[in-house]
Design a protein around this ligand. Structure first.
Ligand code: 9MR
Length: 887
């Protein structure tokens, strides 16, 4: 890699409130001196109630503090829907403690009304200023407001004298001898002009999946137009020849973008090819492909992201691509100070942990157990699905298929990648004999934020362990239990280690059920704080129950406040790192386990009920996405919410074969790959207009041309309507929710990549690629049927298989493949040649029984040994195509 200097870019502080705070701190001392001089001119008229609102997030209703800031001595957080800050006693001046918001545009001569409600736990007089944010801090409004513990509405009117693109509102709450709590709500500054509407370059108004469509899948697009009458559309092939035509369906205004749109559907066209376009009037879409393998490279590239994110290992250019080669990061080689022996933050512990390895979380180089757990779990789910779902192709994730250095070790490559993170999660466990033994440290990261770019091996910041948390501990318990069952056939010692770590973590979490990470612990790394761990308990109990069959875990599920609560397990807006119960429910619904039939049926119903909701969101959306956040609040990482909902839909399809669910999954993928209000493919290297400037310290090409862009397959977080970084705030003001995105390396709240976001992309890409390569149970009727009958006893089994040709043509020779879901090992067989590699089994004719005419069956059998609980496989492929199963 070509050396670069990060001195050419000043180190950038990071993250929402913190970053803003750092930026404004320098102004505070003088703000007071110069600020409180002017009063509102007499006679200013109140701005009308419907005058434009200038305050961003004035009611704190979504739990976020952004873009509010406060001085370091007065930490703030959202409490019961208000922003509350702890103000120290003993300061001298009003400006010694401040809570404020910046970037407020003011227009000279315009009248403004500032209003808010606030309480203080002791009576104080505060100074409320609207002022310049820079020297000389001239105030347009300066008032002394008397506050106490009653939330009396305060309102002030003023007329701005000067234009200002970025004024600030400051509540100066210093100068009290006693400490107090200051809580703020319903802050409003009305007047002036509407914030400018953000108008990005969105290219063609004809929006399609810029990668393409499966021949037998749905093929839909969206047309942005003022027209209200149906329009003619033409599908053209690469030669420009019209191959299909139709008319659009007017849809009205899309609430997520404010665009008037129409939709078009060319599903009935099924001929494979590259370079298709859709033309409407004079407008032509980006080109796309129709093919069964249209998502094959998305599957492998989305997974290659993880190798590129590895810490503690040199990235090999012959695997990752020459541009991505880099030395190992964070192995205690100077200037690195970790991660082989990482101390705690001062006062947190007095041991060090060897926590080398794992994946960097995102554009930063922190490693977080909370987010690591869901990420590795969704990767393991992509694999585990191939053991249980009809038509899922384990070989595509198998040994030799992915970009990992462990290829050739006989273990599926996706498990090799998962193991890199699982090891790290286990390293974060508090050692025996220490306080909080068995819990997991919440996170490990730099002491202070580094700037961009920053090569991992050149990071000189001290690395620190942060305190253990219950949420992290349960992430370890859940991921460890899943690890134990998946690695059992490949590496029993590793499986044992995972299970031991998992059970120990579970016990520790039960002993310390409410140890929460500090929401303000966000210097040098993200907070990932989570004050509700009922979902993590549900998830971990599910995984431990599936793996061990121990009924005490089932009892924990029955006792969980989430039991049977579909809305809580599968939130309307999607599961996430802070809401993980869905992971447990999805696995209970699909992975063979000992739940009694009625409880299993209830879990499956919960999955399909949730999927019905997401499918409906997709069907209502004019851009087809299964994500309809209330109030159109697109969250930080919204693309991962879209894709997590698609995972639930994919599982519902696996359970039922209902094409409604399948269509919604594919529509989610279409949205992410370009059928959206910005005409943006959010995946690097996929589609004509793809994101390639994601916020990254490693792939900072936008800041240093010698560095690469992110590797192909990297997902951008996507629209975040709360504008939670300064770049978003300055460049996206006035954006419609689904358009609050910018492919700018500085916009970490809309354009970062993260391990928990690429994971559902990999899951969905894997699912979609399986559909294309024969697993399309919604589109192509199966031409084979398998009857699988096992006789089991402790330690062994005998199985009889009957394979029937239910198609209309003869097959010769046949080849039947499946994967064991458990630890079965075939010892002898009859009437078929059977080979087993790990869990994957292939049966072939012995010779005389090679030919299967339509309607004919062939039978064979085998004996085997097993340890622990064993279930029958129920996903079979004959010569690559999915079979039906008869039970
Ligand atoms: O994904 C996280 C999102 O849900 C939060 O709103 C946001 C702010 O706390 O943090 C996101 O996670 C970031 C983490 O804190 C640090 N590494 C980068 C992550 C993605 O932006």
């Amino acid at each position: 890699m070509i050396p670069h200097s990060h001195h050419s870019h000043p180190p950038r502080p990071h993250r929402g409130g913190r970053r803003a705070r750092t930026r404004v701190l320098g102004t505070l001392a003088v703000a007071g001196l110069f600020g409180a001089v002017l009063v509102a001119p007499a006679g200013a008229a109140a701005a009308a109630d419907d005058a434009p609102e200038q305050i961003v997030n004035g009611d704190f209703s979504n739990g976020s503090t952004a873009p509010w800031w406060w001085t370091e001595n007065s930490p703030g957080s959202v409490v019961d829907g208000r922003l509350c800050a702890e103000i120290p006693g003993g300061t001298t001046n009003p400006w010694d403690a401040i809570v404020g918001e910046s970037d407020l545009p003011l227009i000279a001569g315009e009248s403004y009304t500032l209003s808010y409600t606030a309480t203080t736990s002791v009576p104080v007089t505060i100074t409320t200023n609207v002022q310049m944010a820079v020297d000389p801090y001239t105030a347009e409004l300066s008032e002394h407001d008397q506050l106490d513990d009653t939330a009396t509405p305060v309102s002030h009117v003023f007329t701005a004298r000067a234009d200002n693109d970025a004024a600030q509102l400051v509540f100066q709450v210093g100068g009290s001898s006693e400490p107090f709590t200051f809580c703020l709500d319903d802050v409003s500054l009305r007047g002036g002009a509407e914030p400018p509407v953000y108008t990005p370059d969105t290219g063609s108004p004809v929006r399609v999946d810029q990668v393409g469509y499966l021949p037998h899948g749905p093929k839909d697009g969206t047309f942005v137009t003022d027209a209200t009458e149906p329009q003619a559309w033409t599908l053209k092939n690469a030669a420009g020849t019209a191959v299909a035509t139709g008319t659009t369906v007017p849809g009205g205004t899309d609430p997520s973008s404010g665009q008037n749109v129409q939709t078009f559907d060319f599903s009935s066209y099924t001929t494979a090819g590259d370079g298709y376009t859709v033309t409407i009037g004079d407008e032509t879409s980006e080109p796309f492909t129709i093919a069964t393998d249209v998502y094959t490279s998305l599957r492998t590239d989305s997974l290659a992201y993880y190798y590129n994110q590895r810490s503690g290992i040199a990235i090999d250019g012959s695997i990752a691509g020459a541009a991505y080669a880099r030395p190992a990061g964070h192995l205690n080689v100077a200037p690195n100070t970790g991660d082989n022996g990482v101390p705690c933050q001062p006062g947190v512990c007095d041991y060090t942990l060897d926590a080398a390895g794992g994946w960097y979380d995102a554009g930063d180089q922190g490693k977080y157990v909370v987010n690591g757990g869901i990420s590795v779990s969704e990767l393991m789910n992509a694999y585990e699905r191939t053991l249980t779902a009809k038509g899922a192709d384990g070989a595509a994730l198998g040994d030799g298929k992915l970009k990992v250095p462990e290829t050739g070790n006989g273990v599926p490559d996706i498990l090799d990648e998962a193991r890199w993170e699982l090891n790290f999660l286990m390293e974060m466990q508090v050692p025996d004999g220490q306080p909080l033994e068995g819990m997991a440290h919440h996170k490990l990261h730099d002491k202070a934020w580094t700037g961009l770019p920053q090569a991992p091996d050149k990071d000189a910041q001290p690395r620190e362990l942060h305190p253990p948390s219950t949420a992290a501990t349960l992430n370890l318990a859940a991921a460890g239990a899943q690890c134990a069952r998946l690695f059992r056939p490949y590496d029993a010692a590793f499986a044992d280690r995972c299970l031991t770590a998992s059970e120990k973590a579970w016990t520790a979490a039960e002993a310390h059920p409410a140890v929460y990470a500090d929401p303000n612990d966000a210097t040098g790394g993200g907070a990932y704080s989570d004050g509700n761990v009922t979902d993590e308990f549900y998830w971990a109990a599910s995984e431990l129950f599936i793996t061990t069959g121990d009924d005490s875990y089932r009892q924990k599920l029955l006792d969980s406040p989430l039991y049977g609560d579909t809305e809580a397990v599968f939130p309307h807006e999607g599961f996430s790192w802070g809401s993980t119960a869905a992971l447990g429910a999805l696995d209970l619904a699909t992975v063979p386990n000992k739940l009694p039939a009625d409880e299993l049926a209830a879990v499956r119903t919960m999955v399909t009920d949730a999927a019905d909701g997401y499918a409906e969101q997709s069907e209502q959306a004019l851009y087809g996405l299964p994500y309809a956040p209330s109030g159109n609040h697109y969250v930080w990482g919204s693309n991962s919410q879209v894709l997590n909902n698609a995972v639930v839909l994919g599982v519902a399809d696996d359970l039922t074969g209902d094409t409604r669910y399948r269509d919604a999954v594919l529509h989610a993928l279409d949205y992410v790959l370009g059928r959206n209000p910005l005409n943006q493919s959010y995946v690097t290297g996929f589609g004509e207009r793809n994101s390639h400037n994601q916020h990254s310290r490693i792939w900072a090409h936008e800041l240093d041309a010698d560095l690469p862009t992110p590797p192909a397959g990297t997902l951008a977080g996507g629209p975040d309507s709360q504008l939670e970084d300064p770049t978003a705030q300055s460049k996206l003001t006035g954006c419609a929710p689904a358009m609050c995105y910018i492919d700018d390396i500085e916009s970490y709240s809309t354009n970062e990549s993260a391990i928990n976001w690429n994971a559902p992309l990999a899951w969905v890409a894997s699912y979609a690629d399986d559909l294309g390569s024969g697993g399309d149970h919604g589109g192509n009727p199966a031409t084979c049927q398998v009857t699988y009958t096992s006789y089991r006893w402790s330690g062994g089994f005998t199985t009889l298989v009957s394979l029937k040709n239910t198609g209309t043509t003869a097959i010769s020779p046949w080849e039947l493949g499946w994967s064991f879901t458990d630890d079965q090992k075939i010892t002898d067989r009859w009437q078929a040649e059977i080979t087993q590699a790990g869990r994957n089994v292939t049966a072939r004719p012995v010779g005389w029984n090679a030919s299967l005419s339509p309607g004919a069956s062939v039978g064979f059998g085998f004996n085997g040994t097993s340890t622990g609980q064993v279930s029958d496989p129920h996903a079979f492929t004959m010569n690559g195509a999915t079979c039906d199963t008869a039970q």
